[in-house]
Ligand binder design. Structure first.
Ligand code: TYC
Length: 102
């Protein structure tokens, strides 16, 4: 069947390179974990400087929680779990959680 209207190849201007949704790792404050230990865990698991770790720790300490970084879901969950386990193995209640980025 033919029409007068020439058919165009289906093209899209939208690139098909959807990025995976990102998840935040959140540091939660508590009254027991020593500040120095929080900084040590942050540096060990998230490979950040002493200065960055200190700022994140102080923000969680004063505001209740602080976003540490964002990763793909699996990486965020693994890092959060490892950091929380590091604290448990030393007997501290320090907690890291994850949540999807808006
Ligand atoms: N609030 C703790 C203290 O005063 C320190 C601390 C900071 C603990 C941040 C957890 O996510 C945290 N020793």
């Amino acid at each position: 069947m033919s029409t007068d209207t020439p058919t165009r190849p289906k093209t899209s201007t939208r690139p098909k390179v959807a990025r995976p949704p990102l998840h935040k790792v959140i540091l939660v404050n508590d009254d027991f974990t020593p500040r120095e230990f929080v900084v040590r865990v942050l540096k060990a698991e998230f490979r950040i400087t002493e200065d960055q770790a200190n700022r994140i720790m102080v923000t969680a300490h004063t505001k209740g929680s602080c976003v540490v970084a964002v990763f793909t879901r699996e990486v965020a969950e693994t890092k959060s779990k490892r950091a929380t386990e590091m604290a448990r193995s030393e007997g501290f209640p320090l907690l890291f959680t994850t949540e999807p980025e808006e």
